[in-house]
Design a protein around this ligand. Structure first.
Ligand SMILES: Cc1cc2nc3c(=O)[nH]c(=O)nc-3n(C[C@H](O)[C@H](O)[C@H](O)COP(=O)(O)O)c2cc1C
Ligand code: SF4
Ligand code: SF4
Length: 357
C-alpha cells in the first residue's frame, strides 16, 4: 500500500485527510466521532470571544452544492476551554484549534486555547480584503509559539493574501472556506426561502471544488508554506486533485455532514487504493504534479483510440460541431469539422479520446 504519511510543518499525520471546521466538529464528543471515523487530525469548530447566535433554518443539501448560514460555534469559549478541548485531546491526534476573527479576539483567545492545541487555524471569513488585520491576527496568534494556519475565503484574491500571510509568519494556508453569499428557493412550496437570517447562504460541497482547486493552484505558485485544500471533497480521487495542484493535506466538511464521520477514513482508504492502482508509492510523489504541467494547447483534432471505444455515444451527442459519429459502435471523426474544443475528451468514460498536438 502506498505511503500516506503526511508532513505538515512539524506535524506528522497518518494520512492527509482531516475535518474542516463545521458541524461535524461542533463539540468534543463529535470530534471523538471524527477520530473514530478515521480522521488523521482534528480541526475544531471556529470559536470567537462570544457564542454565535445562528439563524434557523441554517443548512440545506442540493447534492451538487450545499447552503448554510452557520456562523462560528454556538458554544461559549468558556465551555470549550473547560470541557470540549480536553475531551478532544482524548483522541490522541494532532488538534488544530480554529479561531476568529479580529486581532483583539485572537490576542485574547490564542493564549487560552494554546495548551490544548498543536496548531491554530485563523478564519478570515468575516474580516476585510485588506491584509493588515489578517497579518495582525497572525502575529497575535504567533505569540503562543504554535504553528498558525490561515484560512482563505474563495471570494478574495488568493495570491496577495497568501503572500501577506506568509510574510506575517503564517505556517500554512487553508483554502477555502464556503463561497457566497448564495441563495436557494424551494419551488415546491411557493418559493419559500431555504435559509434563515437574511435568506442568504454560503455554498460548499462539490460545486465549490473547481474554485478551491484554482485557489490552491494559485497559492501553491506563490508561497513556500504548506497548503491544506478544502472544498467539495467526497472521494480519494478528489484528494488526488488537490495534492496534484500543490496541497499537502485536505479538509472535509460537507461530505461528513451528509455521510457521517466515517467518511474521513473512507476517503483515505480510497486515496491509498488510487495511488496503488496508478503505480505511485506515496502522497509525496503526486504533490504538485499539475504545477509542473504546461498549459495545454490543442493544435489538432483529438486522437482516437478506436479499439477502446464502447460506442456509448456520449461524445457524439455533445459535439456541438457535429464532428463525431459512430460506425458499427466505433468512434469516427470529420477532422475538418472539429473546432478542437476538447469537450469530447472529458466526456469519454473509457479514455478513447486523447488531446492532440
Ligand atoms: C454548516 C457549515 C458550517 C461551517 N462552519 C465553519 C466554521 O465555523 N469555520 C470555518 O472556518 N469554516 C466553516 N465552514 C466552512 C468549511 O470548513 C469548509 O471550508 C467549506 O464548507 C468547504 O468545504 P466542504 O465543501 O468540504 O464543505 C462551515 C461549512 C458548513 C457547511
Ligand atoms: S474536440 Fe470538440 S469539436 Fe472536436 S470532436 Fe471533440 S467535441 Fe467535437
Ligand atoms: S465517449 Fe468514448 S466510448 Fe463513448 S462513443 Fe465516444 S469515444 Fe466511444
Amino acid at each position: 500500500m502506498a505511503n500516506l504519511i503526511t508532513h505538515l510543518g512539524g506535524l506528522t499525520l497518518a494520512h492527509p485527510v482531516m475535518p474542516a471546521a463545521g458541524p461535524p466538529v461542533r463539540d468534543g464528543k463529535a470530534l471523538l466521532a471524527c477520530a473514530a471515523g478515521g480522521a488523521a487530525a482534528l480541526v475544531t469548530k471556529t470559536i470567537s470571544v462570544k457564542a454565535a447566535e445562528v439563524p434557523s433554518p441554517n443548512m440545506a443539501d442540493f447534492k451538487t452544492y450545499f447552503l448554510n448560514t452557520e456562523l462560528w460555534s454556538e458554544l461559549p469559549p468558556e465551555q470549550w476551554l473547560e470541557k470540549e478541548y480536553a475531551i478532544t485531546r482524548q483522541a490522541n491526534l494532532p488538534v488544530i484549534i480554529s479561531l476568529g476573527y479580529s486581532t483583539e479576539d485572537i490576542a485574547k483567545l490564542a493564549p487560552q486555547v494554546a495548551p490544548f492545541a498543536d496548531a491554530l487555524e485563523l478564519s478570515t471569513h468575516y474580516i476585510s480584503n485588506d491584509p493588515g488585520p489578517m497579518q495582525d491576527a497572525i502575529r497575535a496568534a504567533k505569540t503562543t509559539g504554535l504553528p498558525v494556519w490561515v484560512k482563505m475565503s474563495p471570494f478574495r484574491e488568493p495570491q496577495a493574501l497568501a503572500l501577506a500571510a506568509q510574510e506575517a509568519g503564517a505556517d500554512g494556508i487553508v483554502a477555502v472556506n464556503s463561497f457566497g453569499p448564495a441563495f436557494g428557493v424551494d419551488i415546491e412550496h411557493g418559493g419559500r426561502l431555504w435559509m434563515g437570517g437574511k435568506g442568504y447562504g454560503w455554498m460548499s460541497g462539490p460545486a465549490l471544488k473547481p474554485i478551491a482547486l484554482r485557489m490552491v493552484y494559485d497559492i501553491a505558485r506563490t508561497v513556500e508554506i504548506p497548503i491544506l485544500g478544502v472544498g467539495g471533497i467526497n472521494t480519494g480521487a478528489d484528494v488526488v486533485e488537490f495534492l496534484m495542484v500543490g496541497a499537502s493535506a485536505v479538509q472535509v466538511c460537507t461530505a461528513a455532514i451528509t455521510n457521517g464521520p466515517q467518511i474521513y477514513g473512507k476517503i483515505a482508504t480510497q486515496l491509498g487504493k488510487w495511488l496503488d492502482e496508478h503505480g505511485y508509492a506515496s502522497v509525496e510523489e503526486i504533490r504538485g504534479l499539475a504545477l509542473r504541467q504546461p498549459i495545454p494547447g490543442m493544435t489538432r483534432s483529438p486522437q482516437l483510440r478506436v479499439d477502446r471505444c464502447i460506442g456509448c455515444n456520449r461524445c457524439v451527442i455533445s459535439c456541438v460541431y457535429e464532428a463525431l459519429y459512430l460506425v458499427e459502435k466505433k468512434i469516427r471523426i470529420y477532422e475538418e469539422r472539429c473546432a478542437r474544443c476538447g469537450l469530447c475528451i472529458s466526456r469519454c468514460p473509457v479514455d478513447a479520446l486523447l488531446p492532440n498536438g
